[in-house]
Every structure is written in C-alpha cells, then in structure tokens.
Design a protein around this ligand. Structure first.
Ligand SMILES: Cc1ncc(COP(=O)(O)O)c(C=O)c1O
Length: 376
C-alpha cells in the first residue's frame, strides 16, 4: 500500500538529537531552539519566531495575546482543523464560522463581510493546502479587525511575493508529522507586531518574565501575567533543525510530486468534471497537500475505495466545524456554510510526501485515472 504520508528523514535528526542529549540543556530555549527560530524567521518574512509545543498552543497564545474575552467574536473558516476555533473558544470568545470559497477552500471574503460585526475582534485565515488566502480581500471585508494567520499548511508558500505567515499580527506554524517539516509534535508562533513580542515571551514561559531575566534585563524573575508552558524541549528543537537543514530538498521533492499530479491528472479531471486545486494569481503554494473534488459523497467514497483496492491510501479531510458536535452547540446548522459542507463530502487527498518515488506517483496517477466518476 502506498501510504498517504510518511515523515521525511534528512538523516541528521538522530545526530542532532544525540548532540542535544549529550549537552546538558534538555529543557526549552537552548541552542537548538535558537537555531531553529533563526532559520525559520526569514521563511516567514522576518517576524520573531517563538518555538512552541504545537500549532494549537500557538493559536492559544494568540488568543491570550489579543486579550480575547467573553463577548468578543472571532471569525474562522468552517473548513479547518478544530484548533483554529477552539483556541479562541477557550478564552470565551463567540466563534463565528465563515464559509470558504469553492476554488481554494480558503475564507470567502464575501461571507466574512456578511458575518463581521461591531464585536468582531479577530479574523483567522487558514491557507488551505498551502495556497494563500486572498488577504487583501479578507482585510477589506473586516476593516480594523486583527488578522491572524493559521499557517499550519503554508510554510514556504508566498502571496504577492511575500511569505505566508508575514501578513497577520501574528501567525502560527505546525510541526506535526503530517506537515512539510516535523519534529513529531511542535509548532511556532510568529510575531509580526513588535509590540506583542515581549508579552508573547511571557505567556510562553508560564506568565513569568524568565526570558528577560536570562537576558539580564531584570535581576529576578517573577509571575507577571497569564501564561502556560508552551515551549518545547531543546531535544525536539534539534530534530527540527535537522529538518530545516533539508528543507530545500524536501520542498523540491514535494513540489515535483504536486506538479506531476496537477499536470498528469488535468485531462482526466476535465473529462470527468473533477475539480483540481486553483492557484490564484500571486500565490506560490507550499506543496503541502494535493486535493481533488468529485461531485458527491458516494462518488468520493467510491474513489477512496477504488484507490485502496489499487494499493493507494487516499483520505478525505476536514468535517465542517459549524456542524460538528461543538459547532451545533454553538448554534451552527446545516446550510450555514454550504461550500464547506460540500467540500467535506466531496474532497479526497492523494499521497504526498518527499520520499514518494516517481514510480509510486505513476501508480497513484494510474489508479486515479482508471476511475470513472461520471459512470457512477
Ligand atoms: C489548519 C490547521 N491548524 C492547526 C492545526 C493543529 O496543529 P498541531 O497539531 O500542531 O496543533 C492543524 C493540524 O493539522 C491544521 O491543519
């Protein structure tokens, strides 16, 4: 079976992890954490990078940083991972689900404009599949509202020549093992508004000013704010440094596979009315995942079963948050975000990982094109 995903090893992970273990700095914020943050910053446009334990925790830090409180409204796409919403719900926000637009499955600015109101404090954009959200349009739809980028998919993608993750007041990254770079579980907060940085450091260090103490800026450290423990062990950061060292090669490999799918499935997709991802002008994607959409749920299920029978693991993706158990408790109803609902039923994703061999890409393409959606 060709797996859906397999983490890529650069070969340096075990070496650098052994180095971290041989050193005495196993806790957070050691030399490897500093190295990883320094290497990541240019890739996300130069913002200050704080390594965290997950993208989920980075989003929770955003909610703390922005002082989200009951009564505040936060607009998130319905078609996203739970954490995009739950991080703000945890602080008591009213989460407002906006629909996505059908060609990219990114926030639909028109729906944001319909749902924005006087209490809207934040809009969270997710660059689905590593393809940029139209950020100018989202900003125009919610003037004066803080933009946060959940950039779990978008590391190394760009929009209008600028790295994804550099547009919001802050943005977040994931290093879960399904992501382009991974240390197993991990993430980062990218702070683009310099005024937020010092507080971000404090929130990440249990609400203490320990970072300032270590820099010699205060003579003792103490409890100064809300916070939690959001910093990863330096041993995990060592693994991330190894991944970053190989990022050029792994990204090239991912782009090669993505481009092959896109080109070699195009004729079949056109013939059968199957949707391929759309790349808006100005978007350079991150080769995070390759999705396609057929007409309905039963065809999608048949496609996944057909691929499995051909030895190819394919999978669906997000279930719309507004009709999840929690979403319904928050008042969500079927029909609120129709594009998200249809995408959830009709989308499938193909295997995409740096070590997928060309011969296996051939097999995936042959398996997809031997299915005839229109005859079902
Ligand atoms: C869009 C999005 N945001 C957040 C997350 C959460 O990432 P993590 O597992 O690092 O907390 C994911 C995970 O897949 C995601 O897809």
């Amino acid at each position: 079976m060709i797996p859906f995903n397999r983490p890529h090893r650069t070969g340096r992970e075990a070496i650098l992890v052994a180095e971290a273990i041989a050193g005495d700095h196993w806790r957070g914020d050691g030399p490897f954490t500093a190295q990883a943050a320094t290497a990541l910053s240019p890739a996300v446009g130069g913002g200050k990078v704080l390594l965290t334990t997950s993208c989920t925790h980075s989003l929770e830090m955003c909610a703390l940083l922005l002082d989200i409180a009951p009564g505040d409204e936060v607009i998130v796409p319905s078609f996203t991972f739970v954490s995009t919403a739950s991080a703000f719900l945890l602080r008591g926000a009213r989460v407002v689900f906006a629909d996505v637009e059908p060609r990219t499955l990114n926030l639909d600015p028109a729906d944001v404009a319909r749902k924005v109101g006087p209490r809207t404090k934040v809009v969270v954009a997710v660059h689905y599949a590593g393809v940029a959200t139209d950020l100018e349009a989202v900003r125009a739809a919610a003037p004066g509202v803080t933009l946060i980028e959940d950039n779990a998919h978008g590391l190394f993608g760009t929009w209008q020549g600028r790295p994804l993750g550099s547009f919001g007041r802050a943005s977040t990254l994931s290093f879960h093992d399904t992501k382009n770079l991974s240390c197993g579980e991990g993430g980062a907060l990218v702070v683009n508004d310099a005024d937020l940085f010092e507080r971000a450091e404090i929130l990440r260090e249990k609400g203490t000013n320990r970072a300032r103490f270590f820099r010699g800026q205060v003579d003792k450290y103490t409890w100064v704010d809300l916070g939690s423990s959001y910093l990863p062990s330096d041993v995990l950061a060592a693994m991330l440094v190894a991944q970053l060292e190989g990022a050029t090669e792994s990204q090239a490999a991912r782009h090669h596979i993505w481009a092959r799918y896109h080109a070699e499935l195009a004729a079949w997709a056109t013939r059968h009315g199957v949707q391929q991802p759309h790349l808006p002008d100005g978007a350079v994607h991150a080769a995070h995942l390759y999705w396609m959409r057929v007409g309905d749920l039963s065809t999608r299920q048949a496609m996944i079963a057909h691929l499995a029978a051909a030895g190819v693991k394919s999978t669906f993706h997000y279930q719309p948050l507004h009709v999840s158990d929690v979403g319904r408790r928050l008042g969500g109803q079927a029909g609120d975000c129709p594009v998200s609902e249809l995408a959830a039923d009709t989308l499938f994703r193909l295997p995409l990982f740096a070590d997928l061999a060309d011969a296996d890409v051939d097999r995936v393409i042959a398996a997809v094109t031997s299915f005839s959606p229109s005859t079902r």
